[in-house]
Design a protein around this ligand. Structure first.
Ligand SMILES: Nc1ncnc2c1ncn2[C@@H]1O[C@H](COP(=O)(O)OP(=O)(O)O)[C@@H](O)[C@H]1O
Ligand SMILES: C=C(OP(=O)(O)O)C(=O)O
Ligand SMILES: [Mn+2]
Length: 550
């Protein structure tokens, strides 16, 4: 069947036209010429301000999202509660159930909207997963060339040998110009991002044009499909050292997956979504999506170098004061400006990084790193974990973020997000925990907890550990230099802290040393311990057979 016939059958799209599998250059020009024209003015609130522009004459493409959508809209993310998956999917506040009838009504309204306006849609055929043995065909269909270009950047293309491609294909229908009506459509706001497992559809309806939606929605689908085949999909980055030694780095947003995996001395598998199968590791994607806020070009040379490469899409970054974007050089972006969004981003294909693994694949990991960015300032910069500690911290999924950038807000916010990516885990955490336990037993890996957060006091008092220092700790672990060092056990948090590490001052290894007020440190550590305990009980992790470790 042709893709047009497929889309007519799947959605009832009839009076639309398509631009199919355009090249990156074509998509760039389409985005500049057409996406801007789609600014809509007929909605209930302000006009949608999303528009693309270009940096300099030839790009990169710069995209300004809808101001209401500079990050993922977790509360507006749903899976259809079809009876056959009602007990299987882990519905929660960031993956809500959608009533099947209401969903069918919404989908019909979106399709009617596209047919009525005789929309011109971009179609980009890519894959989820780099290993043809289990890669899933992923068809992006959407109104904006920017998103088609993002899909082109971010996902594997042209894989040979994928079986049953037509039957296994998932399709995203991405329609930012539609306005959901909560009463009629059964959703919460004017935007809905809905996963439909029965028909293999990801529907993006309404104001949800943050590019990350195009990748994280299909990642959630992967987290649904792959474990059913015994494959572990993970919210982690992965890279490989000179000796063929692979490592995976789990972590919630902002903990350092992308930053730390981009290491000039190690080859990258991927920065965010990785699959661990019997064949080893493989990237679910083919591109990176890095944060730009305060990017330090010296500490993050690999990422900085990719910024001006062709094909890059920059999101929500303004130019330096007094500059016009069209006359700018990439050095003239204001990377410190968070006025549009703290979560400024850029997307680039893996090919922009000279140091990547061929075909996005690598061997089984020898090191498992759990990243956390503790803004309370109490976790040690590094701890050595036993497999049962890994299971405990994996289901706990702790990080603490800074509350915000506003003056006067100094209290860090704890987040416990199972498997270091709760919103994307379509099954309950035990499904992933069981697979991780099996894989760890099969392929004995060393495990560490690496804290990229605050030292010497909480956010506002202490300082964030430098990327240089984090790298020194990480490299020592990766090289096996911490395998046999003496350790001391944290009396409150039950973590094994090395007492010496090459290139790192020893006094840094115990976080209590950095606090002027030791009693305050102990009190804060006890508070954190209690948060871990409460989370563990509240979520019933003991019922999954996970041992409580703190
Ligand atoms: N010690 C550190 N280790 C890692 N990242 C750090 C560190 N200190 C500051 N950062 C900053 O924190 C952010 C980490 O974000 P990122 O690597 O994109 O995380 P993730 O990919 O897990 O969402 C980056 O902006 C980075 O510059
Ligand atoms: C793209 C995202 O992932 P991360 O922040 O983990 O890089 C996101 O959370 O929107
Ligand atoms: Mn990242």
């Amino acid at each position: 069947m042709t893709f047009q016939a497929d889309l007519e059958k799947l959605f009832g799209l009839k009076t639309v036209t398509y631009k199919y599998n355009l090249s990156k250059e074509e998509l760039f020009h389409e985005a500049i010429a057409n996406d801007r024209g789609r600014v809509r003015r007929d909605g209930p609130s302000n006009e949608q301000k999303a528009f693309p522009t270009k940096l300099g004459v030839n790009g990169p493409l710069v995209y300004y999202t809808d101001p209401d959508c500079t990050g993922r809209r977790t509360k507006d993310t749903y899976a259809v509660k079809w009876p056959e998956v009602a007990d299987q999917i882990w519905f929660k506040a960031d993956l809500n159930p959608y009533d099947p009838q209401k969903y069918q009504g919404l989908l019909k309204r979106v399709v009617d909207h596209l047919n009525a306006k005789r929309a011109s849609l971009y179609v980009q055929d890519v894959f989820m997963g780099s290993d043809p043995e289990f890669a899933v065909p992923y068809r992006f269909v959407g109104e904006y060339a920017t998103h088609a270009m993002f899909a082109h950047n971010m996902f594997p293309k042209g894989l040979i040998g994928v079986k049953d491609a037509d039957a296994r294909r998932w399709t995203m229908l991405n329609v930012p110009s539609f306005w959901c009506e909560p009463e009629r459509d059964g959703c919460r706001s004017e935007a809905a991002i809905v996963i439909d497992t029965r028909n293999k559809i990801c529907l993006v309806a309404g104001r949800a044009d943050y590019c990350g939606v195009v990748k994280k929605t299909i990642f959630t689908v992967g987290n649904f499909l792959l474990p059913l085949e015994g494959r572990l999909s993970m919210h982690c980055s992965a890279n490989v050292g000179a000796k063929g030694d692979a490592a995976i780095l789990f972590g919630l947003s902002g903990t350092g997956k992308t930053t730390l995996s981009a290491d000039p001395n190690r080859r990258l598998i991927g920065d965010d979504e990785t699959i661990w199968s019997d064949n080893g590791l493989c990237n679910l994607e083919d591109g990176c999506y890095a944060k730009l806020i305060n990017l330090d070009k010296e500490a993050e040379p690999v990422i900085a170098a990719a910024l001006s490469k062709p094909g890059t899409i920059i999101e929500n970054v303004p130019p330096l004061p007094g500059k016009r974007m069209e006359e700018c050089h990439p050095d003239e972006l204001d990377l410190s400006d968070a006025s549009i969004a703290e979560n400024t981003r850029f997307s680039y294909p893996l090919s922009a990084n000279p140091n990547v693994m061929p075909n996005g694949r690598g061997p089984h990991p020898q090191t498992i790193v759990l990243l956390t960015a503790d803004a309370f300032g109490v976790l040690p910069p590094i701890a050595i974990l036993e497999p049962k500690d890994v299971m405990y911290h994996f289901v706990s999924g702790f990080t603490a973020r800074v509350a915000g950038t506003e003056v006067g807000i100094t209290e860090p916010t704890p987040t416990f997000s199972a498997c270091f990516g709760g919103p994307f885990m379509a099954h309950k955490p035990n499904v992933y925990a069981r697979l991780l336990a099996e894989k760890m037993q099969q392929h004995k890996a060393r495990c560490i907890l690496l804290n990229t957060g605050w030292q010497g006091g909480p956010y506002g008092v202490g300082k964030r550990i430098s990327i240089r220092m984090t790298r020194a700790l990480l490299n020592a672990a990766l090289n096996g230099e911490l395998d046999d060092v003496p350790t001391e056990t944290h009396p409150i948090l039950n973590l094994k802290m090395p007492t010496a590490c090459p290139d790192v001052p020893s006094e840094m290894l115990n976080p209590r040393n950095g606090w002027a007020d030791k009693a305050a440190y102990d009190a804060q550590a006890i508070k954190l311990r209690d948060m871990f305990r409460e989370n563990f009980r509240k979520k019933g992790f003991a019922d999954f057979g996970i041992e409580e470790r703190i």
